[in-house]
Write a protein that binds this ligand. Structure first.
Ligand code: SF4
Length: 210
């Protein structure tokens, strides 16, 4: 029997999880009369607030045409409205209505079966998993293979390994609080991208000081 290398096995495991998440997401969105893209737009708007269509398309990794169709459907369903952007009267942004926020809330969180599986992890296991996933996502982001992710590892407020407490070695300067690997965020509303050299320095400290 040929034993595959670990990268093949990890990719296979991620692929299976991705299939499960996509299928569960489709079913949950369908039950509410939404397409997966419409559900993703609502979730993004609920987390981050009003957004311009171009920025939304880039963040979700869809084409402007796909975004435009999905946004028009959300407006027609009363789940989102188009407003003038207060920062630029010539621009339009999309914001969720109360009904849109309620739909996003109902669709948030992992599927029940995955939630149960993740709650079965010990805190150290959850932290190690988040740390590994953070590294993979960051590498893909740096290679421009995926859109920019609003995660601690690239945030100018992140202070990795600055506390002696092994369970909470990191610090978030935005909320002024210590946290551990299990508290790493991969989609934070308060994230502000660090500039290139600082981003590399943060990553080196996070990776090497573990
Ligand atoms: S602001 Fe958010 S992304 Fe940035 S360090 Fe704090 S928790 Fe992490």
């Amino acid at each position: 029997m040929q034993i595959d290398d670990s990268s093949t096995q990890i990719a296979s495991a991620l692929s299976r999880l991705s299939l499960f998440l996509r299928s569960a997401g489709w079913q949950a969105a369908h039950a509410r009369g939404l397409t997966p893209t419409q559900a993703e737009i609502l979730a993004h708007l609920a987390r981050r607030g009003p957004s311009r269509p171009g920025a939304l398309a880039a963040a979700l990794g869809v084409t402007p045409a796909t975004l435009s169709d999905a946004a028009a459907a959300l407006v027609a369903k009363g789940l989102a409205v188009r407003d003038r952007d207060p920062a630029d009267a010539r621009a339009v942004h999309l914001r969720p209505t109360q009904a849109g926020k309620a739909a996003a809330e109902a669709l948030s969180g992992p599927p029940e079966a995955l939630d149960a599986a993740l709650h079965g992890l010990a805190p150290a296991e959850a932290g190690a998993l988040l740390r590994s996933l953070t590294g993979i996502i960051r590498t893909l982001q740096e290679a421009r293979a995926i859109p920019v992710q609003r995660m601690c590892a690239t945030c100018r407020h992140f202070r990795p390994h600055v506390h002696a407490d092994a369970t909470r070695p990191h610090h978030c300067a935005f909320v002024d609080a210590a946290f551990g690997d299990a508290g790493l965020r991969v989609d934070c509303g308060d994230h502000e991208e660090a500039e290139g050299r600082e981003r590399a320095r943060l990553w080196a400290r996070f990776r090497d000081a573990a």
